[in-house]
Ligand binder design. Structure first.
Ligand SMILES: *Cc1c(COP(=O)(O)O)cnc(C)c1O
Length: 406
C-alpha cells in the first residue's frame, strides 16, 4: 500500500493513467495568482488559466474563503433537497442575463448535453417527432460526450465510436448563406460559439449571429450559444453574446464559472424550462453546495465593471506586445480574439507547429495553450497583474527568439 503522500513523478502518469492526455514534463504543485510552482520549486507564469478556467488566477482569497467556509458547513445533499448556495447562484445568473431559469451540472459537455436534450424535448412536445435536427458549425467544440462530439464540428473527436447521434449537420462558421440553405422546419436548434475557442479563437460576425437568430425564429428553432469558454467575463463582458446584441434561447456556461471548481450551468427562459419537468433530466452533483458557493464568489468578483473593464485594458496590453513580437520574428501573422481569450495565428512557415511553441514557452517557464495546430492561445486570469503580463510576455519573446533562430 502506498503512503498518503507517497513520492510521485511524471513517469507515473505513463504507468498508471489512461493515456488520453500528454501532459507537460513538469508537475505543478502550487499556484498563487498567475504564478505556478512545480515539484522542483521552479516558478512559472500562467497564461493558460487551466484552459480558460482559473478566471481569478490560483487561490484567489475570495474563492478560497467561499470554499473553506462552505466546506465546514455542507458539502452535498443531492437534488432530493435543494440548498442555499444553489439558489443564490441561480439568482445571480438570472439577474445578470436574459435567462429566467438555471440548470446546474458539472462540466461544459453536460451543460451542452442538457441544452441539446432540452431543444429536442421542446421540439418534440410542441411540434412532434419529426423536428429534431440540430445545425452546428464546422470546427466547433461542445464537449466529449457522444451527443456533444456528434454536434461538435470536428471529425477527430467524433469518429471511431460507432454510430453518432443522428440528425446533426454542420455548416461553415460565419456562413449565413450555408445556414439559410441548411435550416428547415425540421430543425430544432442551431448551436454556435460566439467565439470559437478550441477551433482557433475565431470571432463570430455580428451579421452571422443576427441572421442565425432571424432564421431560428422563422423556423421555430432554438438558438443555443455555447459560452463555456467565451463566457464569465473572458470577453470583457459577462457573456460574449452581449457584444453582438444577439440573445439566445439557451446559454451554456462552465469553465470560468467555477474558477477551478467543477460546475456548469444551462440558462434559459421559463417557457422553455418547463419542458424539463420533474424527472425528465438530472444529475447527482448538479448544484452541489461547494461548487455553487465558489460560483457565487466568482460572480461577485467577475461581474463588476472594474473586473470587466480590466479585461479590456489587459487585452490591449497583450495585443500591443504580441503584434510587435509577431511582426519582429515572423512567427505569427495575426493576433485575434476578444478580452483575455487571445489567439496568435501562426504564419504559413510555422503552420501546424503550435505545440512546438508551447514546448518552447515551457522551457522559458511560461504556460500557454494552443487552439488547434495553427494557433497559440492565451487565456489567463482576468485579474492577472500587469507585472505578470509583462514578465510572461518577456518569457514568451525569449521562447520565440529561440524557436525562430534555431
Ligand atoms: C471546454 C468546452 C466545452 C466542454 O467543457 P468540459 O467541461 O470539458 O466538458 C464545451 N464547449 C466549449 C466551447 C468549450 O470550450
Amino acid at each position: 500500500m502506498s503512503a498518503p503522500h507517497a513520492q510521485v513523478e511524471r513517469a507515473d502518469f505513463d504507468q498508471f493513467m489512461v493515456p488520453n492526455y500528454a501532459p507537460a514534463a513538469f508537475i505543478p504543485v502550487r499556484g498563487q495568482g498567475s504564478r505556478v510552482w512545480d515539484q522542483s520549486g521552479r516558478e512559472l507564469v500562467d497564461f493558460s488559466g487551466g484552459i480558460a478556467v482559473n478566471v481569478l488566477g490560483h487561490c484567489h482569497p475570495a474563492l478560497v474563503g467561499a470554499l473553506t467556509e462552505q466546506a465546514s458547513k455542507l458539502w452535498h445533499v443531492s437534488n432530493v433537497f435543494t440548498n442555499e448556495p444553489t439558489l443564490r447562484l441561480a439568482q445571480k445568473l438570472v439577474d445578470a442575463t436574459f435567462a429566467e431559469r438555471v440548470f446546474f451540472c458539472n462540466s461544459g459537455a453536460e451543460a451542452n448535453e442538457a441544452a441539446f436534450k432540452l431543444a429536442r424535448r421542446v421540439a418534440h412536445d410542441r411540434f412532434g417527432d419529426e423536428k429534431y435536427e440540430i445545425i452546428a458549425a464546422l470546427n466547433s467544440f461542445h464537449g466529449r460526450t457522444l451527443f456533444t462530439v456528434s454536434v461538435g464540428g470536428q471529425a477527430k473527436y467524433s469518429d471511431g465510436f460507432g454510430p453518432k447521434i443522428q440528425g446533426i449537420s454542420h455548416i461553415p462558421f460565419n456562413d449565413l448563406d450555408a445556414l439559410r440553405a441548411a435550416i428547415s422546419d425540421r430543425t430544432c436548434a442551431v448551436v454556435l460559439e460566439p467565439i470559437q475557442g478550441e477551433g482557433g479563437v475565431l470571432l463570430a460576425e455580428q451579421s452571422f449571429l443576427q441572421g442565425a437568430r432571424e432564421l431560428c425564429d422563422a423556423h421555430n428553432a432554438l438558438l443555443i450559444f455555447d459560452e463555456v469558454q467565451s463566457g464569465m467575463g473572458r470577453s470583457g463582458e459577462l457573456f460574449a453574446h452581449t457584444h453582438f446584441g444577439v440573445t439566445p434561447d439557451i446559454l451554456t456556461s462552465a469553465k470560468s464559472l467555477g474558477g477551478g471548481f467543477p460546475i456548469a450551468a444551462m440558462l434559459t427562459t421559463t417557457d422553455l424550462a418547463k419542458h424539463f419537468s420533474v424527472g425528465v433530466h438530472g444529475t447527482t452533483y448538479g448544484g452541489n453546495p461547494l461548487a455553487c458557493a465558489v460560483g457565487c464568489a466568482v460572480m461577485d468578483v467577475v461581474n463588476t465593471r472594474e473586473t470587466l473593464d480590466g479585461v479590456k485594458a489587459r487585452h490591449q496590453r497583450f495585443r500591443t506586445a504580441l503584434e510587435r513580437i509577431g511582426q519582429q520574428y515572423g512567427l505569427f501573422s495575426e493576433v485575434r480574439g476578444l478580452g483575455l481569450l487571445i489567439g496568435c495565428v501562426l504564419a504559413d512557415a510555422w503552420k501546424g507547429k503550435a505545440k512546438d511553441v508551447l514546448v518552447a514557452a515551457e522551457k522559458e517557464a511560461l504556460m500557454v495553450l494552443q487552439a488547434g495546430p495553427d494557433v497559440v492561445r492565451f487565456a489567463p486570469s482576468l485579474v492577472i497583474e500587469e507585472a505578470d503580463i509583462d514578465e510572461g510576455l518577456a518569457r514568451f519573446e525569449r521562447a520565440v527568439v529561440k524557436l525562430t533562430s534555431a
